[in-house]
Unconditional design. Structure first.
Length: 230
């Protein structure tokens, strides 16, 4: 299970033909006012329909991943050393494809998404049912707990509050669109100080330190009851 973190991957770069094609396709979809076809069933209350939303850094929406469109971009992000240190998905595209396909072919308990900011794909999210995840064995899970994994894909988005802004926005989207969810959960590696800091800035609180099979994690929680306080 990859950790949640706000550390970015490699800069997509403005000269890459794939990136330009991908951005154009998503821009057209958004401009038409259409939502991507849902891929998540009912376990996460149609993530594909959650947006767009205005954030301090621009207009943002989650777009469920399509492997044939998005794999090369996401795999390139996964091969950035700063990301690979925590996600452990560096290597050929097949490594990333296997990881994402397991979610797409599953029962909808985890939905991989591109994060699109002002029509540009710039981040990768996994929205998942923390209460149905192996993580639930390691903390006192509640029904409908919603988890977030995140990586940012561009150097320009590092260290200037973009991660915090998007984490807050996505957590609020989950609480807005999942009325049965009382809190949003994340479990970044304790060594990933920028990630923990980003979650704290996004209104999460540090609930506990937990030993997971692959890391010692900071259990971060954003409570519905405290969302307008923190």
């Amino acid at each position: 299970m990859p950790p949640t973190h706000a550390s970015p991957a490699t800069d997509p770069g403005g000269d890459d033909t794939l990136d330009l094609h991908l951005s154009d396709e998503l821009v057209a979809l958004i401009a038409a006012g259409e939502s991507p076809a849902p891929t998540d069933g009912d376990l996460l209350d149609a993530v594909a329909s959650w947006g767009p939303v205005t954030t301090p850094v621009g207009s943002f929406r989650l777009v469920p991943v399509r492997l044939e469109r998005d794999l090369s971009l996401i795999a390139r992000w996964m091969n950035d050393p700063a990301v690979a240190a925590f996600w452990e998905l560096a290597g050929p595209e097949a490594v990333t494809a296997t990881h994402i396909r397991a979610q797409l072919d599953g029962d909808g308990r985890s939905v991989p998404c591109l994060g699109v900011l002002d029509s540009t794909p710039m981040s990768y999210f996994e929205i998942y049912r923390a209460d149905l995840d192996p993580l639930a064995r390691h903390y006192p899970a509640r029904p409908h707990d919603t988890g977030i994994h995140l990586l940012l894909g561009g150097v320009a988005d590092r260290g200037r509050g973009v991660g915090s802004a998007l984490l807050r926005a996505v957590a609020d989207l989950a609480l807005d669109h999942r009325p049965r969810c009382t809190r949003v959960i994340a479990e970044p590696d304790l060594r990933n100080t920028p990630s923990v800091s980003a979650f704290l800035s996004a209104g999460f609180r540090l609930s506990a330190e937990v030993d997971l099979p692959d890391k010692r994690a900071a259990l971060m929680v954003r409570d519905r009851a405290l969302r307008h306080v923190l």
